[in-house]
Design a protein around this ligand. Structure first.
Ligand code: TYD
Ligand code: MG
Length: 463
């Protein structure tokens, strides 16, 4: 039933994509997820309270303007004194912007967001915590260190109270941890529900736009981005930063998924230490081999993530299957793609891998999607299969096609420059790749072009 007497209208919201439907369905027609529709009240009959910061005065009255009248001055940006976060935002936090910081629980969202004001004492910051008590926040802040003279902690979950306080205090930055714990009294559903999350975000957006105070909003997501939150907020907020990383490793990748004021191909790397998150400015260095001599089954891939080149170790282990069926397992690399590459090796180069277990691992808990890693994966598998170590100063950048051809990949120059910087001497790329030879100037780097798997095998193992 869509309407419930005087309790107000209800509708069904998809907790994955946030779309609204008038009736329940097993599968969301919009995003295709199963069992994600939840019934929620949309209007409560007390709209007077639902005045998203009605009392706020806009900075300037807005009227339609002729395009040429609009000044082309840059937005004002606030530096957060955190080089990596500033770079990710496109050069600092834009005034009046709403930034969503998403990630799985425990990945370091609260750590990063308290670390920012502690490192930036010139910014008067209001840190609203709906998850932790002020004492807990204090303990964390003490662990991180820094200057806490301009940070205000407010333990509250009612949006109306938060906005009132923020309006009176006029800080330089507001941080809200997290969107799932906040609620507006105007909406008749519990905190964390789709309608509360949407309302919280739009109240904060309204606040940010009308006061010019930037807001960082934290949101939890599960591994598959499933719980209501960040996914359905993406179109409301200005910037979406997402934390990734595996909970076993200490490295965290912060990625910009959406940015109305900058590029989305940026990526920052942090290391979780006992004193908070440390910026890693040279990510390749942490992903490099931890052993002096070459070991069989490892190969270095020259990958790009966004625009950022990374060199990292691909590890493979090929062994005879202990049970009837061979196992294929992969961490950080799509297992279907691994199976495809193994099939190509079998069909196009005659390697009998059907009865072999194959395990694949990407160093540092990295999740890899760049097809340029194919060549390193294939080389690591072959190296393990032959039990022959590849020289430690070679790296790979090429995609492997279904007919066993090595295909060119984009931005070869960036990959070569990074490889040169890290002291590599040889890079294997596609025979069909073309690149600007000037990147090789002054460096001692040999570029080996291979056209297919058999010629790769010949170049690596039979020379
Ligand atoms: P947290 O920032 O609370 O994660 P989130 O807000 O995303 O849920 O903390 C992440 C983890 O990091 C937590 O398990 C404890 C650990 N941690 C450190 O290792 N060092 C530190 O200095 C801090 C503050 C946390
Ligand atoms: Mg937290």
């Amino acid at each position: 039933m869509a309407v419930q007497g005087n309790k107000g209208k209800t509708a069904f919201f998809c907790t994955n994509c946030g779309n609204e439907f008038s009736k329940w369905m097993g599968r969301c027609p919009s995003c295709g997820q199963w069992n994600t529709l939840q019934e929620q009240t949309v209007v409560t009959g007390k709209p007077a309270k639902n005045a998203s910061s009605e009392h706020l005065r806009p900075l300037s009255e807005s009227k339609p303007m002729h395009l040429h009248e609009i000044g082309s001055a840059q937005e004002r940006r606030i530096s957060l004194s955190n080089g990596e976060v500033d770079r990710l935002l496109g050069g600092g936090l834009v005034e009046g912007s709403l930034v969503l910081l998403g990630g799985e629980p425990g990945i370091g969202k609260s750590t990063l967001s308290i670390q920012i004001p502690l490192g930036c004492p010139s910014l008067k910051t209001l840190y609203v915590s709906g998850e932790e008590s002020p004492r807990q926040v204090k303990m964390r802040a003490d662990r991180i260190g820094g200057d806490n003279s301009n940070v205000y902690i407010y333990s509250e979950t009612r949006m109306e109270a938060i906005l009132k306080e923020a309006e009176a205090m006029r800080p330089d930055l507001v941080i809200v941890d997290s969107v799932q714990t906040m609620f507006s009294e105007a909406i008749d559903s519990s905190a964390g529900s789709v309608s509360q999350i949407k309302e919280t975000a739009s109240m904060l957006l309204h606040f940010a736009k009308y006061t010019g105070i930037p807001v960082i909003l934290i949101g939890h997501i599960t591994k598959d981005g499933y719980i209501a939150g960040p996914k359905l907020l993406e179109h409301i907020v200005d910037v979406v930063l997402q934390f990734e990383g595996d909970d076993r490793g200490s490295y965290r990748l912060l990625r910009s998924i959406k940015n109305r004021f900058g590029s989305t191909s940026e990526l920052a790397v942090f290391e979780m230490t006992s004193g908070g998150l440390r910026e890693v400015t040279n990510p390749s260095e942490m992903l490099m081999p931890m052993h002096e001599q070459g070991l069989s089954g490892t190969a270095i891939a020259a990958m790009l993530d966004g625009l950022r080149p990374f060199l990292f170790e691909v590890q493979a282990l090929v062994s005879s299957a202990a049970y009837g069926t061979a196992q294929r397992s992969s961490t950080g690399f799509d297992v279907r793609r691994l199976n495809m590459l193994l099939a190509v090796l079998e069909k196009r180069a005659g390697f009998k891998l059907t009865m072999k277990d194959v395990f694949l691992n990407m160093a540092g808990g990295l999740k890899v999607t760049d097809p340029a890693c194919d060549l390193a994966v294939v080389s690591a598998v072959l190296s393990s299969n032959f039990d022959y170590a590849l020289p430690s100063d070679v790296c790979f950048a090429g995609e492997v096609g279904l007919s066993g051809e090595i295909r060119p990949v984009g931005q070869v120059e960036r990959r070569i420059t990074e490889a040169l910087r890290l002291g590599f001497r040889k890079v294997y790329i596609s025979k069909y790749a073309s690149f600007d030879k000037s990147v090789l100037a002054g460096g001692d780097m040999q570029v080996v072009k291979v056209g297919d798997i058999p010629s790769l095998v010949k170049a690596l193992f039979r020379s």
